[in-house]
Design a protein around this ligand. Structure first.
Ligand SMILES: Nc1ncnc2c1ncn2[C@@H]1O[C@H](COP(=O)(O)OP(=O)(O)O)[C@@H](O)[C@H]1O
Ligand SMILES: [Mg+2]
Length: 234
């Protein structure tokens, strides 16, 4: 569904990511992992159209979308739950969801909201609450839910579990698996390597903007050198 060919992206003359090759097949979970500053967020934001593409191609559904403005990419089916969540903090939970669905007819809102609430029942109890008053875990759920309101084909989630209580991480990962069952394609950035490897079909390990490993998640789990060097696994 998504293919990055020789992608370099960054800020001005600085390459945050160089010559990245990445394939995200439809209906799968692909994990993008690596240490701080590796270029994970830059990659997601370049696909979304918010960070400059410096070289290479971004193919989505076989179309080269690298030159399209960000809103057009949303309309084509790419949504992002960004690092730090970037919620509309002064708006209610329901209105945050409404904003996520603004590209669609208002008549779709209720059904789409109810789907999000079926994934994240806790949000249903907080519909009228101002987003700023939610716990970290609830805010993460809302960020993912808002992205889903755009009815994407591909959802990119940046640091799903960062800073969350273990119980909340469990709930978020349950929702992720349910999304996959429902046919969603997911590109997941995480520092929590154990978690990614437990759900991902494929993983790509970035370091200093370059791929150091990519392949099946099962192979990643069984590669002792990789595990020791990059995954923090014992
Ligand atoms: N807005 C920005 N302007 C300049 N450099 C940036 C900006 N955002 C990130 N970078 C740099 O790009 C590199 C990759 O960062 P990032 O994509 O955020 O990594 P990760 O998400 O893997 O932690 C880092 O060297 C970081 O300092
Ligand atoms: Mg990041």
């Amino acid at each position: 569904m998504l293919r990055l060919e020789g992608l370099s992206c960054g800020y001005g003359l600085f390459h945050a990511v160089s010559e990245l090759e990445l394939e995200v097949p439809g209906g799968t979970i692909t994990g993008l992992i690596g240490p701080n500053g590796a270029g994970k967020s830059s990659t997601l934001m370049c696909v979304a159209g918010h960070v400059d593409l410096q070289a290479g191609r971004i193919l989505f559904d076989e179309h080269d979308i690298g030159g399209l403005p960000a809103p057009e990419r949303v309309r084509r089916g790419i949504a992002v739950a960004p690092e730090g969540r970037r919620l509309f903090k002064d708006l209610s939970v329901e209105d945050n969801l409404r904003v996520g669905g603004l590209i669609h007819k208002a008549s779709l809102f209720k059904a789409d909201r109810d789907y999000v609430l079926s994934l994240f029942p806790r949000l249903g109890e907080r519909l009228g609450s101002i987003a700023a008053t939610l716990s970290g875990g609830e805010q993460q759920m809302l960020s993912v839910g808002r992205a889903l309101m755009a009815r994407p084909k591909l959802i990119m989630i940046d640091e799903l579990s960062l800073g969350l209580m273990p119980k909340m991480v469990d709930l978020c990962y349950e929702a992720l698996l349910r999304l996959k069952q429902d046919g969603m394609t997911i590109l997941l950035v995480e520092q929590n390597t154990d978690r990614v490897l437990s759900v991902a079909d494929h993983v790509c390990v970035l370091e200093s903007g370059r791929t150091v490993w990519s392949g099946n998640a099962a192979d990643a789990r069984n590669d002792p050198e990789l595990a020791a060097a990059y995954l923090g696994l014992r």
